[in-house]
Design a protein around this ligand. Structure first.
Ligand code: ASP
Length: 408
């Protein structure tokens, strides 16, 4: 996308978010009438995900040229993502211990919310199992990205061993990637209107501004705690971006379109095509964009990890359970796992929280306390998830591809 277009579009998307908040707050449920426009935008984004990811990962990995290089870059990417997720959980635990938002919450919920009731906690084995699908077409149909990425990785690794005979295949996936990115740029022009509709309709569903403020007010301290934790993590990631990735505000500015889309859609998977386009525009190394970013969108969820830890501690405080060091260590480990296992779709974190709650024997009914404000916090944590992936891309690009990034 041309820089001047990108600049206008950023302002238009910002205006879309603000107009969505104002209209949703003022007109409430009447704004449900525009929901279809948001759904159209979301569907258009989702339409590109599967072909884009397959083409990007295959062409990105094949361009590394050597399976051993893939192993090294892959291992460092996973290590980097795991470390930043751990920092996020630690920050979540820190803020919730300092602010203690759950103390004094009078209304305790007595029922397990319907979306959560009857769900089994996701364990380590489930996460490993979810990496390989027996039916790729079914996985694609359900937008399960992890098995698709694993297959694309295997395919690309094999392709690098086929010599000249594989060259046509690599060229095909390269071309497919370029074509899909072109479509993504076109869809991006829909973003201001789409995000306006998504935000307005969601506020409309919450009953408009006054009803929403009343819901927030009930657990205001908790909402503030999560937002403070997420802000601290954004700053931490920015420092990592600056010090290790050697990038700065320019990178952040270019990524803002993707971050606002994450806020509007509450889905890091649906945002992935835009994140890739923005990172590319920001001059991140192509190979990192095609490999590190899709992997991050599926396994790296810093915002969700921080949120899971803070939410579970909040529930413990509200119900009057004392969480000692051992319990908090269990929360630390399971929240990390729950974030890795969460899909990049709206409110996925709420469901994988069962794992954390069960591990420290807290009542699942506690999720009921968070339900009213979860969709709101989901938008912020999704934006942080996307920011985490984008920073990871800049860092890995810098460390392992030996390409100096453009100066900010
Ligand atoms: N909505 C988040 C995402 O798509 C996941 C979650 O925390 O619920 O990244």
């Amino acid at each position: 996308m041309q820089p001047s277009h990108a600049g206008y579009l950023l302002w238009a998307i910002l205006a879309g978010v603000i107009a969505g908040i104002v209209c949703g707050a003022l007109f409430g449920p009447a704004m449900l009438a525009v929901e279809w426009i948001g759904t159209l935008f979301l569907n258009a984004l989702k339409m590109t995900i599967i072909p884009l990811i397959i083409a990007a990962v295959v062409s990105g990995v094949a361009s590394l040229g050597d399976v051993r290089k893939l192993g090294r870059v892959g291992a460092y990417t996973v290590l980097y993502y795991a470390s930043t997720t751990a920092v996020a959980v630690a920050l979540g635990l820190l803020v919730v211990n300092v602010i203690q938002p759950g103390n004094g919450v009078a209304e305790l919920s007595r029922e397990i919310p319907s979306g959560v009731a009857g769900r089994e906690p996701t364990g380590f084995a489930d996460i490993v199992l979810s990496m390989v699908s027996p039916n790729l077409v079914a996985a694609a149909a359900e937008t399960q990205l992890l098995p698709i990425i694993v297959f694309a990785l295997l395919f690309a690794a094999a392709l690098t061993t086929t010599g000249t005979r594989g060259e046509t295949v690599i060229a095909f996936f390269d071309g497919l990637n370029e074509t899909m990115m072109k479509i993504v740029v076109w869809i991006m022009y829909l973003a201001p209107l789409g995000i306006f509709a998504l935000v307005a309709a969601q506020l409309g569903k919450a009953g408009g501004g006054a009803a929403f403020l009343a819901q927030i007010g009930a657990v205001g301290k908790y909402v503030a705690t999560v937002l403070i934790g997420l802000s601290l993590h954004v700053v931490f990631l920015f420092v990592v971006l600056r010090v290790i990735g050697r990038r700065g505000f320019d990178y952040l500015r270019t990524l803002l379109r993707a971050l606002l889309t994450a806020f509007g859609t509450a889905s890091s998977s649906a945002t992935l095509p835009l994140t890739m386009e923005c990172a590319r525009e920001a001059g991140a190394d192509e190979r990192a964009v095609r490999f590190v970013l899709p992997l991050g969108a599926t396994i790296n969820m810093d915002g969700t990890a921080l949120y899971e830890a803070a939410a579970v501690m909040f529930i413990a405080q509200a119900y009057g359970f004392d969480m000692g060091l051992t319990e908090q260590l269990v929360i630390f480990l399971t929240a990390t796992l729950a974030a890795i296992g969460a899909a990049g779709i709206p409110q996925a974190g709420l469901v994988t929280m069962i794992l954390v709650l069960s591990a420290v024997k807290l009542p699942l009914e506690g999720i009921g306390l968070l339900l009213a404000v979860d969709w709101f916090l989901d938008r912020f944590r999704t934006a942080v998830n996307v920011w985490g992936d984008a920073v990871g891309t800049a860092v890995i690009a810098r460390l392992f591809t030996h390409h100096p990034p453009p100066r900010d």
